[in-house]
Design a binder for this molecule. Structure first.
Ligand code: EPU
Length: 345
C-alpha cells in the first residue's frame, strides 16, 4: 500500500477540476485497509476522503488530507429465494457496468438506473435515483468498515435510513463508514417502472424487458445530460426542493406552470424549472455554466476552478431565492478547506 503526496485529482472527478490531494492511496484489496488505517491513526489531524468515481463531488479547494481511492472489484450472484435473486458487488465496481452485467445475467430491477456515473460503493451514500426508481428499492444490505475501529459491519436496508438523495452515511455519520460491498435484491417477477415523463413514449410499441428499458433510459440520458467525458459535470447540482403546502399554493397561484409532485411533508418541485425561469439555462460565466439542455446541471466548459463553479452556483441560489422564496440545496458533496471526515465515495 503506497501513500503518495500531492496527487492530482483532475482525472478522478467528473467536473474535471484541477484539484489535488495532499496524500493519496488506492485501495485494491480489503487486506490493504489495515495499513491505511494505521497511517491515518498516526496522522489524526488529517481529514480522510473516500473517493469512488468522483461523480458527485465539487472540489472548491485542494483536499488537505488523505484521499482513499476505493478500487475494490468483484461481483457475484449469491443465490435466490422465491421472490428475489441476491447479487453482491464490491464498492469499486463501476455502477453502469454492474447494471448491464445484472441485465446480461437475466436479472431485472436496476434498468432505470442505467448510465448513472459513479461506483457501486458511492451509490448508497446519495441513494442514487432516476426515472422513478431509487437505489433503496433494490438494496438488500451493505457492508461497511468502521473507520474508527476497523470493524466490518452489515447495514440492513432500514439501517441505511435512505431518503431522497440521502442516507445514514451522508447525513448521520459522514466520514465514519467506508462502504466496501453492496448486496442487491432483484425481483424474480419484475414490475417495470415506465411512468416517468418520456419513458413511456420511448418504449411505445416495444415488448418490455430489462435490456430494452435500459437502452431507452440510456438514450434519454444521452439526449438530455452532458457526458462527463465531453463536458465536466456532476449531474444534477441541486436537489429538487420539497416545500410546504401553503407556500406551494401561493406559488401555484402566482406561477401556474410550476411543476409539482405531492410528497410526505409538502410538494416537491423542480429545481431545473426554477433555475430555467430565472434565466440561467445555458448561461456561462468564464468556463462555469449551466448545460444548454438542462438548467439543473452545472458544467465546466474547460478550465473552470471549483471556486468559480461554486460562485456560479451561489448566483443561482440567490436568483431562485429572490424570485420564488425557495432556497436550493446542493446535491454533490462540496469539498472545502478545512474539512474533516467526509464520505464522498
Ligand atoms: N425542467 C425545466 N428546465 C430545465 C430542466 C428541467 O423546466 O432546464 C423541468 C421540466 O418541467 C421537467 C422537470 O424539470 O419536466 C424535471 O426534469 P427531469 O425529468 O430532467 O428531472 P430532474 O428533476 O431535473 C431528476 C434527478 C436526476 C434524474 C432525473 C430523471 C434530482 C436532483 N435529479 O432530475 O438525477 O436523472 O430526475 O429521473 O433528483 C442526479 O441526481 O445527478 C440526476 C441526474
Amino acid at each position: 500500500m503506497q501513500i503518495r503526496e500531492n496527487v492530482s485529482l483532475q482525472g478522478l472527478n467528473t467536473f474535471g477540476l484541477a484539484a489535488s490531494a495532499r496524500y493519496f492511496c488506492s485501495l485494491h484489496k480489503l487486506g490493504g485497509l489495515r495499513t491505511v488505517m494505521q497511517w491515518t491513526q498516526e496522522h489524526p489531524e488529517l481529514p480522510v476522503l473516500f473517493l469512488g468515481g468522483g461523480s458527485n463531488l465539487l472540489f472548491v479547494e485542494d483536499f488537505p488530507g488523505l484521499v482513499v481511492h476505493v478500487r475494490l472489484r468483484d461481483r457475484e450472484v449469491l443465490g435466490q429465494d422465491n421472490d428475489y435473486v441476491y447479487v453482491r458487488a464490491a464498492a469499486g465496481e463501476n455502477w453502469h457496468e454492474f447494471v448491464r452485467w445484472t441485465i446480461e445475467q437475466g436479472f431485472a430491477g436496476l434498468e432505470n438506473l442505467s448510465l448513472i456515473p459513479g461506483t457501486v460503493g458511492a451509490a448508497p451514500v446519495q441513494n442514487i435515483g432516476a426515472y422513478g426508481v431509487e437505489l433503496k428499492d433494490c438494496l438488500h444490505e451493505l457492508q461497511a468498515v468502521d473507520w474508527r475501529t476497523g470493524e466490518l459491519r452489515e447495514f440492513s436496508q432500514e439501517e441505511c435510513r435512505f431518503g431522497y438523495r440521502d442516507s445514514y452515511f451522508k447525513s448521520v455519520e459522514p466520514g465514519r463508514w467506508l462502504i466496501v460491498a453492496v448486496v442487491f435484491r432483484l425481483p424474480r417477477k419484475p414490475q417495470w417502472k415506465t411512468d416517468y415523463a418520456g419513458v413511456r413514449e420511448q418504449l411505445a410499441g416495444k415488448e418490455l424487458d430489462a435490456c430494452t428499458i435500459s437502452d431507452a433510459i440510456i438514450r434519454m440520458r444521452q439526449e438530455k445530460l452532458p457526458d462527463p467525458a465531453q463536458i465536466g459535470n456532476a449531474g444534477s447540482f441541486f436537489k429538487n426542493p420539497v416545500i410546504a403546502q401553503a407556500q406551494w399554493d401561493a406559488l401555484k397561484a402566482q406561477f401556474p406552470a410550476i411543476p409539482g409532485w405531492p410528497q410526505a411533508g409538502g410538494v416537491k418541485t423542480s429545481a431545473g424549472w426554477l433555475i430555467d425561469q430565472c434565466g440561467w439555462k445555458g448561461r456561462r460565466e468564464g468556463d462555469a455554466g449551466t448545460y444548454a439542455k438542462h438548467a439543473l446541471v452545472l458544467v465546466n466548459h474547460g478550465n473552470a476552478t471549483g471556486q468559480q463553479i461554486w460562485a456560479f452556483a451561489q448566483g443561482i441560489i440567490l436568483s431562485v431565492q429572490d424570485k420564488f422564496g425557495i432556497r436550493l440545496e446542493a446535491e454533490p458533496g462540496i469539498i472545502f478547506h478545512p474539512c474533516s471526515g467526509f464520505t464522498g465515495q
